[in-house]
Design a protein around this ligand. Structure first.
Ligand SMILES: *Cc1c(COP(=O)(O)O)cnc(C)c1O
Length: 326
């Protein structure tokens, strides 16, 4: 197995930039996790570094994961496997399979893509694992979207990074980001509870797909699972009480439109404005849609005079897929 030098150590902090006059009435800053130094960046790179460490310990022959044709996670895992000299096997839902810059890169990285009906995904994954074992190969499976404790740990660490950056930039009243599988939000909220912060800062997950009921529950359960994991000491676990989690979990589905992949002309306008005014690319599935959602949230909740951090979670290859200026 080959090493990837950039994955060996903690990444340098990603920049926080001030977006002057971006949203009237509030000061908006953006943290550029889209600039993380591997495979076009994004939150899946932060998570992937934690999976990378585990893969090195477990020494598998093949990395397996799950995701759609638009998945940033699949691109990054396929790139990582390729760079490590490992086989990569991706299971994708057959329904609405969409070819994107991500799916084309997955192929270019030499990954095998196996399509299956959505209702038969877990069965397909289990059968494929068994088939690899039968061939004498050891598979390592990563949950879709890099969900799971390593992904949560990556964003708990990111929260500490934000706290250190606040010493220079000043403290933020809000942190907004896209909530998809929920690991990013689980990590940020866990990170906040672990540093014992109690100044009323709100971390708001804007759902791009899930309903509030389901999405919030998944984030909740992810933090509980993380609490029991090897990433957390007993002393730290005592800070992650159900009550504390519940009190600090803000998840809204008001801006998910018709769900995953859906967007409207206002999302497109937001993406054009952000590129033209600030040179920052965003996509219609995650970040551009969420940035629009954040602006709506600020209006709908009459938030003003606040210092706001928006976390850019990546998806840069999808800038070229829809809604962009091209
Ligand atoms: C996966 C993804 C998200 C959602 O992150 P979760 O940890 O799954 O909630 C947000 N933005 C981009 C660009 C993504 O690829």
């Amino acid at each position: 197995m080959r090493q990837i030098p950039v994955m060996e150590q903690k990444f340098p902090p990603t920049p926080i930039q001030y977006l002057k006059d971006c949203v009237p009435g509030n000061e908006i800053y953006i943290k550029r996790d889209d600039l993380l130094p591997f495979s076009f960046g994004g939150n899946k790179v932060r998570k992937a570094r934690f999976f990378y460490q585990e893969i090195k310990r477990e020494n598998p022959d093949v990395i397996m994961t799950y995701g759609s044709g638009a998945s940033n996670h699949c691109r990054i895992i396929a790139n990582m496997a390729c760079a490590m000299g490992l086989e990569c096997h991706i299971i994708s839902p057959e329904e609405n399979y969409e070819e994107t810059a991500n799916s084309r890169m997955v192929e270019a990285f030499g990954a095998t893509v196996e399509k299956a009906e959505l209702s038969r995904i877990s069965e397909t994954i289990e059968n494929r694992k068994k088939a690899f074992l039968k061939q004498g190969k050891k598979p390592y499976f990563i949950v879709g979207g890099g969900h799971g404790n390593p992904g949560t740990a990556a964003y708990a660490e990111c929260y500490e990074e934000i706290c250190r950056q606040e010493e220079e930039s000043g403290r933020f009243d809000y942190i907004f980001h896209t909530s998809g599988t929920g690991a990013t939000q689980a990590g940020l909220v866990a990170g906040m509870l672990l540093v014992g912060r109690q100044d009323g800062q709100k971390i708001v997950g804007i759902s791009n797909a899930r309903t509030e009921e389901r999405g919030r529950q998944v984030v909740f359960d992810s933090i509980r699972e993380y609490r029991e994991s090897e990433f957390v000491t007993e002393k730290q676990a005592a800070l992650l009480t159900d009550e504390a989690i519940d009190k600090n979990l803000y998840f809204t589905d008001r801006y998910r439109l018709e769900g995953y992949g859906d967007y409207n002309p206002e999302v497109e306008k937001t993406i054009r404005d952000m590129m033209l005014s600030f040179g920052i690319p965003m996509d219609t599935t995650y970040v551009g849609k969420t940035f629009w959602g954040m602006k709506q949230y600020l209006k709908d909740n009459q938030v003003s005079g606040k210092r706001i951090l928006f976390l850019h979670t990546g998806g840069t290859p999808l800038f070229f897929t829809g809604g962009c200026i091209l």
